[in-house]
Design a protein around this ligand. Structure first.
Ligand code: ADP
Ligand code: ASP
Ligand code: MG
Length: 407
């Protein structure tokens, strides 16, 4: 008899009918004499709706109040699911993040978990309860409600599994595992049966939203087996994310991903002096702005240009900070473009096989897709394209690697 953590995402809990399905998965584990902790998301599009309502009040973001508002969705689901299980004569209790408590830092909208107090959950489990926890929320040391960023319920689940020393964490969702690309974009996708934490981390970080990237980091750190499977296909085998051994010289392309919420900022005419680039990125890091792809001109003249990408969510704040510091940075112009997408191919061994980049670029060329920026690492190549081209780019690259060429 062990502890199992199960997590059900927004589409899995969207209606009462679907909550019935969820309860079947929970009862199946209870019948195997396991103790079950369940993490749920807000129902269907509730979080999107709450954010739309927030925008009706004001366009400015008040991060603390944003978190108070968007954390509400999960509270509705935990109450309904606990009621449903009770009505079937199972002992169940709902808990919000603050009731556990799940302690976080105070970085509203994207807070990180510092510590989980297990006593409350363990006591409820000991007394025979199914514990139902609201995903994606916690509380900081001053008692403020915090949230973990979009998709953060996965992180609640794996963090609880680590903290409670659970046997495994099952992430139930609307697809039957992790595939070589988003099955909603490409219909010839291949299911990945087992994937290492490192490879999954890259897929998630590059936009495969099937798992929140921070949940993969926690899984890796505490060696928690994570199963991704379908809520609706009963005998779903899904995908196991684990410490898989991989042979370093094998070339395995895991998948193609995209992230449609990318913007690019170009600083034109930055003084070409030692320390200027450092000054720019230090300023951004002090303001917790995550910069991704960076391209700098050669700097053969008295000024240089630097272009870099940030997430769309960070664009307004980044521009504000740069404008305030324009003189200090001695920059001539600050330009930006929105509506860009980062399309990536991920796999171990990419860096050592030059043909991979050429094949990826060929797929884009054959489809008349322009690349705005390129970046490569040991296990990935990313290109920036117009957002309108991103689905086509994913399809074309997937076809090149998974259907045409023999990788
Ligand atoms: P949940 O609400 O259960 O958390 P999400 O919408 O966050 O579900 O994540 C599941 C979705 O992730 C799928 O519906 C699918 O469209 C998308 N997805 C993107 N990339 C992949 C991939 N490589 N494999 C599987 N699903 C993917
Ligand atoms: N409800 C939150 C969201 O939609 C958290 C989650 O679903 O994981 O982003
Ligand atoms: Mg999700």
């Amino acid at each position: 008899m062990g502890i199992i953590v199960q997590k059900f995402g927004g589409s899995s809990v969207a209606t009462l009918e679907k909550l019935e399905k969820v309860s079947e998965h929970i009862i199946e584990e209870i019948n195997k004499k396991n103790q079950v902790v369940v993490v749920v998301s807000a129902q269907g599009k509730t979080t999107d709706r709450l954010i739309a309502e927030e925008k009706e009040v004001t366009k400015k973001v008040y991060p603390r109040e944003h978190d108070v508002l968007v954390s509400v969705g999960e509270q509705i689901t935990i109450a309904k699911l606990a009621m449903l299980l009770k009505s079937k004569n199972y002992n169940a209790v709902s808990l919000c993040g603050w009731q556990i408590p799940i302690l976080t830092d105070s970085n509203y909208t994207n807070s990180r978990i510092r510590y989980i107090h297990n006593e409350t959950i363990n006591e409820y489990l000991r007394t025979g309860n199914i514990v139902i926890v609201a995903g994606f929320q916690g509380i900081d040391e001053n008692g403020n409600i915090t949230t973990f960023g979009r998709g953060g319920s996965d992180t609640t689940a794996v963090a609880l599994a680590a903290s409670l020393d659970a046997e495994r964490c099952d992430i139930f969702t609307d697809v039957d595992g992790v595939y070589s690309a988003d099955p909603r974009i490409v219909d010839t996708v291949k299911k990945i049966k087992t994937i290492s934490y490192e490879e999954m981390l890259e897929l998630s970080s590059m936009g495969a939203k099937v798992l929140h990237n921070r949940c993969v980091e926690i899984g890796k750190k505490y060696n928690i087996p994570i199963y991704v499977k379908s809520t609706f296909e009963r005998k779903s085998l899904g995908t196991l994310v684990t410490n898989k051994e991989s042979f370093l010289e094998d070339l395995t392309i895991n998948g193609v991903t995209k992230d449609d919420y990318i913007s690019r900022i170009t600083i034109v005419g930055l003084e070409n002096k030692i320390g200027k680039t450092y000054q720019l990125f230090k300023l951004l890091s002090e303001n917790s702005i995550n910069v991704d792809i960076i391209v700098q001109s050669f700097g053969e003249h008295i000024t240089k240009d630097i272009a870099f990408t940030v997430k769309m969510n960070d664009l307004a704040r980044t521009l504000e900070i740069l404008e305030e510091n324009k003189e200090k940075l001695s920059a001539k112009e600050i330009l930006h473009s929105e509506n860009l997408s980062k399309v990536s191919i991920i796999g171990v061994g990419i860096a050592n096989k030059p043909g991979v980049a050429a094949s990826m670029f060929e797929a884009l060329y054959e489809n008349n897709i322009n690349m705005h920026m390129v970046t490569t690492s040991e296990i990935k190549i990313s290109v920036l394209v117009d957002v309108n081209d991103s689905d086509l780019a994913v399809k074309a690259i997937h076809q090149k690697f998974f259907e045409t060429e023999n990788y």
